[in-house]
Design a protein around this ligand. Sequence first.
Ligand code: NAD
Length: 495
Amino acid sequence: MTSATVDTRTLVPASTDRITYANNVIDSIALPASGTSVNDPATGEHIGYVPEIDVTGALEAVGVADDAGRAWARTTPRERANVLHAWYDTLVAHTEEIAHLITREMGKPLAEARGEVKYGSDFVRWYAEQAVRPGGDFRDAPDGGANILVRRGPVGLAVLITPWNFPLAMATRKIAPALAAGCPVVIKPANLTPLTTLYVVELARQAGVPEGLIQVITTEKPADFSIAVLRDQRVRKVSFTGSTGVGRQLMAIASDGVLRSSMELGGNAPALVFDDADLERAVDGVFAAKLRNGGQSCIAANRIYVQSGIADDFVDALTERLAALEVGHGLGDSTTLGPLIDHRAATKMAELTRDAISKGAQLRTGGGAFDAPGSFFAPTLLDHVPASADMARSEIFGPIAAVQRFDTEDEAIARANDTEFGLAGYVFTENLDRALNVADRLETGLVGINQGVPSNAAAPFGGIKQSGLGREGSAEGLEEYQNVRFYNIARRPST
Ligand code: NAD
């Protein structure tokens, strides 16, 4: 193969039992008989409609959430914790339903969808535990003439906008800390994957989250939504996860009202594999960092830099792992790589591959889309990708491993940092001193050291440079939904 082609392998079909199970879950959500169509990316098949909510409807939802939020802000930390614990238990009890729904609307293999349910639910449990630790502290003025009482309270109504790639986790990572802090929310999921949000918000209601506190807005006109809603005086916070371009637009709108903003934006993660890495560990880590979610992750290893001494062995082993993936419907028995989210994404993979090959990259495996109604692209490895290739400068967001080679540590770090993005980085070496030094020098918000899946509920996830502002998960994630205030209490000099 010399250029982007059609892959002739047979796709793994969906299991009919699992399709029926997923359809039953969709039937259990109260969906309208018409509206915006949601489709299965593996087949293009229509699976449900969601309502198109216009600006008037969105502003009404802001009013409902705002009203519900007044009582919620007055609840005790323990009451909020209890509600979140109940929601967590319900999510865990419905793991299979949620996982099937995620796979049906987003495409990832069922095993990965189950993993997302665990990862996404964990944010709810974490913030149930964190709700009773709202923070605050007590200080002395330097001259001893006052005490400073630092208080943390809810920021107020939060607008949450989420992407399609982790339909559950991106929602719970925002809703749970907002609720824990005492805030009501209006959430707008991505048009491509709104069903999971609708389903888990209904589970939240059943678990005891007060009526009206979480409002879901589905719309095909997100710009109209954000212009109207972010300028509404009742809204006090916006938290967005998505592309850097849309994040910039939202920050511009938010600046009108000096709105508290959290921005979890795009990445272009470098993975550095040094000669002194453990080969198996490095291949496992880079494979996970690249292929998790079919490569459709903001922290996906986008540029894989491998030192020349280990490069041939590493590329051979990673090629073998990619070629062994079974591509097909996420509800198939043996599928390990699902479809891309849509045809636009598959076309982009083909264009990126063509561009890299025309600039000198060598195709080791894959390289083509499948001739199928769904949006499939073969797992692909390109070696010797030049720094000028489009895939080295922008997010690939698909199953293409792009390998570049390097000689020295300084050279690798300079190349890794040569990007406006700064979300994730990865280092593979068995030398602790090198691992920590390289991690310190990488300009990213998080670093995976000898591992490819660095995120969990206890970690303050987020980017630097143009990858964003603010953190999600951990204690820092709660602070994003809190106002810090202080009371200055005058003291008489002690006698
Ligand atoms: P996107 O920016 O196209 O869309 C994200 C969300 O914003 C969707 O709900 C979309 O409908 C909405 N949106 C689009 N235009 C809008 C507007 N003008 N006003 C208001 N909302 C608008 O991104 P996507 O394609 O859904 O997701 C992929 C991107 O998300 C990638 O760049 C990825 O790196 C990023 N991402 C980042 C993180 C992170 O934590 N940093 C996590 C997941 C995904």
